[in-house]
Design a protein around this ligand. Structure first.
Ligand code: URA
Length: 209
């Protein structure tokens, strides 16, 4: 599928299977989620540009590569996206964080914004949207709309699971935004849950049901 990278790394696939099990404890779910976030971060940053830096080792001076440009922005969609944040920040500790508060109106599944805060200079930074469940595509489109409105120019989306319908909707609105996901699941139920999926991520991660 165009515009999507499936992260088929064995560690990601193994941890995703553990996460799917309904008997998993809140603690274990949260831990696995964070670990998968870290592994996805490694994949989504694979092509970041490098520039040579002049450094001094204990033995000699040398040119050695460092990341080019401004620190990236991690933009979790609250609540589920928060589950990726710690794992990703452990790999890119200087990243900036933008918070996107969206909830899905339960009847229409339309995304409604209740909070948004992003760095002023977001236009100069790569933005990674942390959106674990790309289901209908409504929240993904709303989040990218809002980020672009605030000036963001280079945006990538990091998911745990996606559906073809969600990806198609995102690509119809934002063909410039690439998606990384651990898997594409086949179905969406009437409540907008991905099937077989992992259930309600916020509830499972925070133990609210
Ligand atoms: N949000 C969730 O938490 N789970 C889904 O399956 C879809 C959206």
């Amino acid at each position: 599928m165009q515009g999507v990278t499936i992260v088929d790394h064995p560690l990601v696939q193994h941890k995703l299977t553990l996460l799917r099990e309904k008997s998993r404890s809140t603690k274990s779910f949260r831990q696995l989620f964070s670990e998968i976030g870290m592994l996805l971060c490694y994949e989504v940053t694979r092509d970041l540009p490098l520039v040579p830096a002049e450094i001094e080792t204990p033995l000699a001076r040398m040119q050695s590569p460092v990341l080019a440009g401004k620190k990236l922005v991690l933009a979790p969609i609250v609540r589920a996206g928060m589950g990726f944040l710690d794992g990703m920040l452990s790999l890119v500790p200087s990243a900036r964080v933008a918070h996107i508060g969206l909830y899905r109106e339960p009847r229409t599944l339309v995304a409604v914004e209740y909070f948004f805060k992003a760095p002023d200079d977001i236009a100069e930074r790569l933005v990674l949207v942390l959106h674990p469940m790309l289901a209908t595509g409504n929240s993904a489109v709303a989040a990218v709309d809002r980020l672009k409105e605030s000036g963001a120019k280079t945006i990538r989306i990091v998911c745990l699971l996606a559906t073809s319908r969600g990806i198609e909707k995102l690509r119809a609105h934002h063909p410039d935004v690439h998606v990384w996901t651990a898997a594409i699941d086949p179905e969406l139920d009437a409540q907008g849950y991905i099937v077989p999926g992992v259930g309600d991520v916020g509830d499972r991660m925070y133990g609210t049901k």
